[in-house]
Design a protein around this ligand. Structure first.
Ligand code: DCP
Ligand code: MG
Length: 374
């Protein structure tokens, strides 16, 4: 049996701002771009969230809801620094750390537990060390797989600690909404609602052939997750490395032709780089920073591993095209490839056309958003 922790810092950017400026402690802090520049909230302190403010909300709306909110521009390099401190603590607890973004990670603590420590004790120790050594508060979920650990860390925020005992996974997940499950985006959730399925428990009790019909290739993995028994490993840095190329523009770009040209050149650069390293990847990542410094990534996982220019170009452009809006301009654009694998599978001809937006039920718009891999 494995023991996994998912740890996610509370109101990360806002907490760093409060740490560095004690005047902000206990106050509603809105980190993001100015409302007059059509800025967006990157995050809000919990004092601001009670007014209904949340990440990705236009700053103008946030200010309407919370007029006493203090707007603070983001300082990414400082967040990166604090993130490094937190990740180092995680790595002192176990070698098996998989960072998901600047403020969250999975830790496989199986060896620590086998060594005699209770999972709860490891989690308490982790929370205490992060608080004492970095001044930040982290919410933690503990369980026997990634799915329950991740959902657990979010359930009791802020300063949360949720332990799902071995054997209790399915029961723990059953009453929760299906969209809490990793990989069930808004579109899939809507499809499930159409089938009368609202909770993870209702999903878990569907027959196998129903899963196959709804999820195709992903059927078994979704079913396992719904039952709280996924065996997804914690991927450490070396296993989850990526190749990417990004540029910050001298002047923000909004023109479609120009953006397409940039994204395709980056994609070609990534393809060449993969080839030089003898790597093929499946997941194309697009990183974007808007004029107001909001930064986000979009990703698409292809049906095959590849290092060919064309499919990487096509995927990167499709991801970008979905983000274009009149008046929206970009400050930074990056293309990357992750999810590396071996050479093409046996019997698969090298020249095969890759069914890019093929059969795994996901579309670029369904892409997972992971805040700031800066
Ligand atoms: N972030 C962002 N834009 C978003 C979402 C997040 O810039 N749409 C940034 C700001 C957050 C950080 O990423 O501080 C971490 O994201 P989380 O979703 O973990 O949000 P917080 O840590 O701010 O709050 P909490 O985890 O307590 O809900
Ligand atoms: Mg967080």
């Amino acid at each position: 049996m494995r023991h996994i922790i998912h740890a996610d810092l509370d109101a990360f950017y806002a907490a760093v701002e409060q740490l560095d400026n004690p005047d902000l402690v206990g106050k509603p802090v809105l980190v993001g771009g100015r409302p007059e520049n059509r800025g967006v909230v990157a995050t809000a302190s919990y004092e601001a969230r009670v007014f209904g403010v949340h990440s990705a909300m236009p700053m103008r709306t946030a200010v309407n809801r919370c007029p006493q909110g203090i707007i603070v521009p983001p300082r990414f390099s400082r967040y990166k620094e604090k993130s490094g401190e937190v990740m180092s603590i995680f790595r002192e607890i176990t070698d098996l750390v998989e960072p998901l973004s600047m403020d969250e990670a999975y830790l496989d603590i199986t060896a620590v537990v086998v060594g005699g420590q209770k999972p709860l004790a490891v989690a308490l120790d982790l929370k205490r060390r992060v608080a004492e050594e970095t001044g930040l508060v982290v919410s933690v979920g503990v369980g026997t797989c990634k799915t329950v650990a991740k959902i657990g860390s979010d359930l009791d925020k802020p300063d949360g600690l949720v332990v799902i005992q071995p054997g209790d996974e399915a029961e723990f997940l059953a009453p929760l909404a299906v969209n809490k499950l990793w990989g069930i985006g808004p579109k899939t959730a809507e499809r499930l609602h159409g089938e009368g399925i609202e909770t993870i428990g209702q999903l878990a009790e569907q027959p196998l052939d129903w899963f196959a019909r709804m999820f195709g290739k992903r059927a078994m993995s979704v079913r396992d997750k719904a039952m709280g028994r996924d065996d997804e490993a914690v991927h450490t840095e070396s296993a989850s490395k990526s190749i990417s190329s990004e540029t910050t523009f001298a002047n923000d770009i909004g023109d479609e032709t120009e953006l397409r040209d940039v994204v395709e050149r980056k994609a070609v650069g990534v393809a060449h780089s993969l080839e030089r390293h003898g790597l093929k990847g499946r997941t194309v990542k697009l990183k974007l920073r808007l004029a107001d410094f909001t930064t986000f990534t979009r990703q698409y996982t292809m049906a095959y591993h590849t290092n060919d220019e064309e499919p990487i170009k096509e995927a990167a452009w499709a991801l970008l095209a979905a983000e274009l809006e009149p008046g929206r301009t970009f400050r930074l654009l990056g293309v990357g490839m992750t999810n590396f694998g071996e050479e093409a599978e046996a019997g698969e001809p090298e020249t095969q056309q890759l069914p890019l937006f093929g059969d795994d039920n996901s579309l670029p718009g369904d892409a997972v958003e992971d805040p700031l891999q800066d």
